[in-house]
Design a protein. Structure first.
Length: 86
């Protein structure tokens, strides 16, 4: 039983780290978003007018991935720690 908890805990930690990293990486701005922001800032400096309604992409999927990754990591860590107490 002890070894099973350790193995499952390590697998959950690895999956949690992967999900967290993937969600974080997908949350970073893309080249297109960086270009649009650069052009927006450049035109605002020149004209003084702010470009209206530059759409932002939905980041709810990334937040869910980060949350689930964190939960898996914590559960895996708890499983490993509990296996040492048995």
């Amino acid at each position: 039983m002890k070894h099973n908890l350790i193995i499952v805990g390590i697998i959950l930690i690895i999956i949690g780290i992967f999900l967290f990293a993937e969600g974080y990486n997908k949350m970073q701005p893309t080249k297109t978003e960086k270009t649009i922001n650069f052009i927006s800032n450049f035109t605002e400096e020149i004209t003084g007018d702010k470009i209206e309604s530059i759409p932002e992409r939905d980041k709810s999927q990334q937040v869910i991935m980060i949350t689930i990754g964190s939960i898996f990591f914590v559960i895996g860590l708890i499983m490993i720690l509990k296996s040492g107490k048995n």
